[in-house]
Each structure stands twice: as structure tokens, then as C-alpha cells.
Design a binder for this molecule. Structure first.
Ligand code: KG4
Length: 340
């Protein structure tokens, strides 16, 4: 008998539902919330309300595209945390209600584990090679910058992480300072393609071990920009591509320096990248260069699995389901916590 898992993701500003059948993705529906654009960042209360409007049609569409009825589901996997509490509660409550009404198990998924296991999403006819344990994962998103040693589906160790801002957060803030839109990541990425990455130099952190720091870079960017604009009011407009390229190159260098160090220290050659920032072209190119130079076998997710999506929640839920790792109906959502 086949195993059908419905995955539900609502941790931030994307409402998503996906169906996995025996490890293969049947559908992945994502409703993004444009309402935050005007505010230059996610407004929690608005996100929560939008999830409430979206959750029923999104789940309905995911089941429809998968070509199954809800009665065929084996279990429901949902993002329990970390994330915005008001957003999480919508997905968590919906998952619990549906599981209870169908009499099927609930599987709770850590959003960050989901990002890491996005590499295991298979699509019929488009099979990919899967990473072998243990492998390294650079998890870079709006809220996290971590180097993770992935020992198995359910055993992960954080080797290093940011002590202040996340890489995505730094990009978004610098983009805001430049007067570009939100989220800044895709805009900086696009602009950087036309600029010179060596045009400007920004400060890099000196943090021991495998940890990251991005707040110094953000401040250096802000202060440099202030000085340049004081001298030339149209400085940003005239140099935005070079600024974006130099900022992106600095962030990619910081990320890759520590990742290289971790790969050497743990003698690992299978290296993956996950999270929203993994959509970045500069970072993807750096991965390809490292593969050539250091003999790494690299795993870069499809664009649609880099930002928040329920396919990664459903695949993580699938592996937990196989281990019968179910969660009680009264399990609360959590806004903060790292892996597991
Ligand atoms: O994983 P994600 O969708 O959300 C969470 O933080 O959980 O990541 C969002 C982050 C944002 O900071 C966004 O600016 C960044 O990923 N991002 C990018 C790109 N696309 C999204 N950063 C750089 N280049 C991109 N192409």
C-alpha cells in the first residue's frame, strides 16, 4: 500500500501545501503574500491573517493536483517551528483539525530540518542523485546561517552558526538602505550580475571556529554608503550594480571560507546548500567552483525548493512517518529553536 503524506508550511509569509507519495512529490502549491512589500518586511499580524485566507484553498489545490482524495492520506506533516507564532498557529491548528477528523497520525517537522532534507525530494521522471550521509549543509536564509553536519535523516549537528544577523537578513537590510525593494535578495542577485564584484571592499568578520557574523558587514556597508552619498548625492543610482556585486561577493566569500574550513576539518566532500539565499547565483557559482577546485560533490536544490515550501516539510514528514515518529495532538508550536 502506498504512503501519502500531506505537508503544510506556514512559518512565515508563504502558505504552502504539498503531497508526497512514497518519497515522490505529487504536488507543491505555494501562495506568497504580496501584502508585505509595501512595508519593506513581513508584518506578523498581516501574515497570520493571509495564512487564514489561504490555507483551505492551498490544501485543496495540493490534493487536487496530486489527484488524490483526503481520505487516502496516511499522515499530515506540518511545520511546528521555528517561525512567527501567529503564522505557525494557522498551519498547526489546520493540520491538527484535519488529522483528527481523518483519524490519521500527525508528524511535526522542524522548518530548518525541512530545508536540509529538501535535497531528498524526488519527482517521477526527473530523479536526482541524493546526498549520502554524512554530508555538510550550508543553510542560509533570512533567519539562519548555519553549517550543519547531516548524519542521518534525523540526526544533525550544527558545526557553526551566525552570532548575530543571518546572511539573508544582511542582504535584505543593505538592499533597504540602498532604497531597493523587499525582499532584497533576488534584487541584489539580479543587479550583481551587471556589476563589478571588486569595485568596493567591505569589512569581513574575524570570528574564531566555524561561526559567522554579518552585522559588521552591514554596518560597514551603511557607513561607507553614507560617506559616499554625502560626497555625491546620486552615488547609489550611479553605482548600484557595483554595490550589489561587491556586497554579494563579500557575503559569498564569508560563507564559503567557513564552509571550506568545515569540509577540511571533518574530511567531507559531499556538500549541499539550502534555504532562501541558496537561490543566489553568486553562491551557486561559488559552489560549482569549489566542486572543481576541491573535488566536492555538490548538491544545489531546485529554485522552487530553496524558499519556503511544503514539499520539504512533506518529505521530512515522510521519513519520520517511516520511523513512526508521530506527534501528540496537543504539541504546541514553537517560535524559536534550532535543529530537531
Ligand atoms: O528560506 P527563506 O525563504 O525564508 C526564511 O528565512 O525562512 O529565505 C528568505 C531569504 C531572504 O533574506 C531573501 O532575501 C533571501 O532569502 N533570498 C536571496 C535570493 N532569493 C531569496 N538572497 C540572495 N539571492 C537570492 N536570489
Amino acid at each position: 500500500m502506498s504512503t501519502f503524506i500531506l505537508g503544510i508550511e506556514s512559518s512565515c509569509d508563504d502558505t504552502s501545501a504539498a503531497v508526497i507519495k512514497d518519497g515522490y512529490l505529487l504536488s507543491n502549491v505555494v501562495a506568497s503574500q504580496a501584502v508585505h512589500e509595501a512595508y519593506g518586511g513581513v508584518v506578523p499580524e498581516l501574515a497570520s491573517r493571509a495564512h487564514q485566507q489561504n490555507i483551505v484553498p492551498v490544501v485543496h489545490e495540493a490534493l487536487k493536483r496530486a489527484g488524490i482524495d483526503k481520505d487516502e492520506l496516511s499522515a499530515i506533516a506540518f511545520t511546528r517551528g521555528p517561525g512567527l507564532m501567529g503564522s505557525l498557529l494557522v498551519g498547526v491548528s489546520f493540520a491538527k483539525g484535519l488529522a483528527l477528523s481523518l483519524g490519521i497520525p500527525l508528524v511535526d517537522v522542524n522548518h530548518l530540518t525541512g530545508h536540509v532534507l529538501a535535497h531528498f525530494i524526488q519527482v517521477k521522471g526527473e530523479e536526482i542523485e541524493l546526498p549520502r550521509f554524512p554530508f555538510l549543509c550550508l543553510l542560509v536564509s533570512g533567519g539562519n546561517s548555519q553549517i550543519i553536519l547531516v548524519k542521518s535523516y534525523n540526526e544533525m549537528e550544527i558545526l557553526g552558526q551566525t552570532i548575530d544577523d543571518a546572511a539573508g537578513e544582511a542582504i535584505d537590510k543593505c538592499s533597504k538602505v540602498m532604497g531597493l525593494g523587499y525582499p532584497g535578495g533576488p534584487i541584489i542577485d539580479k543587479l550583481a550580475r551587471q556589476g563589478n564584484p571588486k569595485a568596493f571592499a567591505f569589512s569581513k568578520p574575524h570570528i574564531p571556529g566555524l561561526d559567522y557574523s554579518f552585522s559588521g558587514l552591514k554596518t560597514s556597508f551603511l557607513y561607507s554608503l553614507r560617506n559616499w552619498v554625502a560626497e555625491e548625492p546620486d552615488f547609489i543610482e550611479h553605482h548600484k550594480a557595483d554595490l550589489a556585486a561587491s556586497l554579494e561577493a563579500t557575503i559569498v566569500d564569508i560563507l564559503m571560507d567557513k564552509l571550506r574550513k568545515a569540509a577540511k576539518q571533518y574530511d567531507i566532500k559531499e556538500v549541499s546548500v539550502a534555504g532562501g539565499v541558496s537561490a543566489n547565483n553568486g553562491l551557486r557559482n561559488a559552489f560549482r567552483e569549489h566542486a572543481q577546485k576541491y573535488g566536492w560533490k555538490i548538491f544545489i536544490p531546485k529554485f522552487s525548493y530553496t524558499t519556503d515550501n511544503a514539499a520539504m516539510i512533506a518529505i521530512t514528514g515522510y521519513y519520520k512517518y517511516l520511523e513512526k515518529e508521530f506527534c501528540p495532538i496537543d504539541a504546541p508550536a514553537y517560535s524559536r529553536v534550532s535543529l530537531q
